[in-house]
Write a protein that binds this ligand. Structure first.
Ligand code: ADP
Ligand code: MG
Length: 209
């Protein structure tokens, strides 16, 4: 396999919606420890809306699917993470406009444009204990594996994604609500880093299985 198909992108979003349904309580529990206990509900609500909108665009190009997803998330998640996840998909829609399939380079560009958008909007950098730590781990690994087969690159990046998520446990939050806790934020896994890992893991599962 050398290309990610549009059908796999659609399956990714369906898988993600199911995952956020399943992990709602766990994400909320993580957010209870260092935030305001709404991240699980936010993600569940956002992807529920994506599922409402998806049938209208599932046969359109990948850019349209990404854009529709971004708009749905932007209008429903709220909080800090709504605009950030909205931006991830809206930026990812630009390079994928009119495309029906993506090779590894195109998939990497889609995600790296999304990460750039998240960082422009939220100003978080590596080590701030946010979703950015997960996406940086993913994108750094994809960049290092551009000449590997797609499946191998994704497996490596999935591993890195989990490590990125776990790396937030020992960090002190410097962005978002958790930063109000100062040192007390240390020792807790960041909710957004966790939902971002789920999102990437579901992308990998849609492609690899
Ligand atoms: P809120 O904090 O408004 O309640 P959520 O609970 O839905 O929003 O999302 C919290 C997550 O958002 C955090 O765990 C963190 O990963 C992410 N986040 C918060 N602020 C930023 C930021 N400036 N940049 C990147 N991610 C951020
Ligand atoms: Mg919250």
């Amino acid at each position: 396999m050398t290309q990610v198909t549009k059908q796999q992108i659609v399956r990714w979003l369906e898988n993600a919606a199911a995952k956020f349904e399943q992990e709602k309580d766990f994400l909320t529990e993580l957010d209870r420890q260092i935030g305001d206990a709404d991240h699980g509900a936010n993600m569940q609500r956002g992807f529920h809306k994506v599922m409402d909108k998806l049938p209208d665009v599932a046969d359109k190009d990948i850019g349209t699917i990404m854009k529709t997803t971004g708009m749905a998330l932007l209008s429903t998640i709220g909080g800090a993470s709504g605009p950030l996840y909205g931006t991830l998909f809206l930026r990812g829609a630009i390079s994928t406009e009119a495309k029906e399939a993506l090779d590894l380079a195109a998939l990497t560009t889609m995600l790296s444009d999304g990460l750039k958008g998240i960082q422009q909007r939220g100003k978080a950098v590596a080590g701030d204990k946010t979703m950015v730590d997960t996406w940086l781990a993913i994108l750094n690994t994809l960049a290092q594996n551009q000449h590997a087969p797609l499946e191998e690159a994704l497996k490596q990046a999935l591993n890195a994604s989990e490590q990125g998520m776990l790396s937030t446990i020992d960090m002190q939050a410097r962005k978002g609500r958790a930063s109000y806790l100062g040192e007390r934020s240390i020792g807790h896994q960041d909710p957004g880093a966790t939902s971002s890992h789920y999102l990437f893991a579901e992308l990998c599962r849609a492609i690899l299985s």
